[in-house]
Design a protein around this ligand. Sequence first.
Ligand code: MSP
Length: 594
Amino acid sequence: MKENFYITTPIYYPNDVPHIGHAYTTIAADIIARWNKLQDKDVFFLVGTDDHGKKIADTAQKAGKTPKQFTDDMIPEFKSAWEKLNINYDKFIRTTDTHHEKIVQEVLQKCFDNGDIYKGEYEGLYCTGCEAYFTEKDLEDGCCPIHKKPIENLKEETYFFKLSKYQKPLLKFYKDNPTFLSPKHRSKEIINRVKEGLRDLSISRNSFDWGVPLPFDKSHVAYVWFDALFNYYSATREKGKEGFWPTDLHIVGKDIYWFHTVYWPAFLMSAGIELPKQVYAHGWWTLDKEKISKSRGRVVSIDELTEIAGLDSARYFLFREASFGEDGDFSKEALIDRHNNELANKLGNLISRTSALAEKYGIEKVENALLKKLKLKKIEKHFDKFRIDKALSEIFTFIDHCNEFIQHQKPWETHDKKVLYQLVESIRQIAKLLSPFIPDSAEKIQKIFKTDKIKKAPVLFNKIEVSKPNLNKSEEPRQIMEGITTINFEDFAKLDLRIAEITNAENIEGADKLYKLTLDVGELGRRTICAGIKEFYKAEDLKDKKIIIIANLAPRKLRGIESQGMLLAASTKDKKTVSLVSPDQDIAPGSTVG
Ligand code: MSP
């Protein structure tokens, strides 16, 4: 019997076509689903749309269509977007599916029968853009903090859900299931807010009818979030899918974490349904450092995203550029840069050199010393914890090893078939590991190296020409500012400052001020640095600490050890206090500082 793995994306509002933000969540889920398929699990990967609610009703009205007609017309846009992004989903659910509507009514009835739903009147604030209730203190200048638009004052008869009753059960659940709220650093905010107290939640509207009617009062429709969240459950109430409940992983953006980690488990507790195992929130993308906003034309469409350097380069970029769980900034230049330097140069060159040499000289089986450098266990561990950016970075560290190996062994001079065998085998592994991220390219690589009769590979990633601005032009004359010599920006830009994680701190024989530090610098691999901080830190306190280093300083020998960089530390004038400079958030090793 295969192990089940059930993964979902949020179901998006089909009020508009999807963009890079929706693509990001969906590709993340696709990568994780593909990885679990590779692990031979029985995977169920669900996507869909959130068709009901006031937001859709209003948009449809503006378009002169019924909400049903409007959403029916939008669905092909979503399906074709997921096809363009190579999303290998198993089911596309819509909240207007009759089967889903039936299940929503069934759970509403259950919650009602056990006394968790009662009639009352809601008077308060509501943002239709968010489809969410707000209080005065949430607002910014009287506007919704997300949509920056004036907020509506609602006053209508409603049914409330007794959310307050679930405060303690939720806190207990978080405690008993510490990975439910993931990544870990996002859990605190939720727990604190729940501790502050929960107010009962309005879960029906009676001023419009675009939704699922309450089974116990047909003049009301269910609140769109109550309806929407149950999509995850109703998809498993189909024949043959029952075994997938509870969900292993809900991937969501940080904006909708609260709905998934507070409302959702509370609704399920009330309906007596087993709870999902994990909700993982990712960060938000900005575009050239500014908020993505459709109305201000600051958005990247699915076509724009894939046309810059091809689909796989876009998929690769999104999970290499930002740590999964943190915010990221999208720019065309950064994508092209990674495409050229990492996919075309590092991966592409490895494939083309190895395939050409293997065609010419052949390969011969031997024990594979190179492959031993592949940290498969580490990659698996990253995947188990859904640290997909770290898994990808680790695969590229191995690609670097392969490139160093070929450079060092020079098989073009030696014609060594054993060297080529080691490279071919390693590439086969690389292709498999990369297949969740860049499925098309990985398949091409697999085909090239499928048998031992290898033929020179065609170019997989064509380099993209970019015209560089003339840096000299912007150079400004040096100035002196009250005792400080200023430098030009270009001088500063020469520094490669990176986040590094200390994995080990050791004493150096005969040196009473120095530690030998081993560092994980993400994509730059492992580093050794000798640092004069022994008087100020115990070795065990340094382990796992994240610091900032200058990564491109020429190496220097200290006490016979090659120190490959320098760390940043602050010190008082008398040098009695020295403090390492550390980021104040959990940010991935290798991240740039500047
Ligand atoms: N319909 C609800 C979800 C219901 S799930 C039961 C909804 N839909 S949405 O269309 O607004 O999509 C929200 C999701 O889009 C976010 O959670 C996030 O996954 C994604 N993103 C939208 N813009 C984004 C960025 N700029 N960056 C990253 N992801 C963002 O909320």
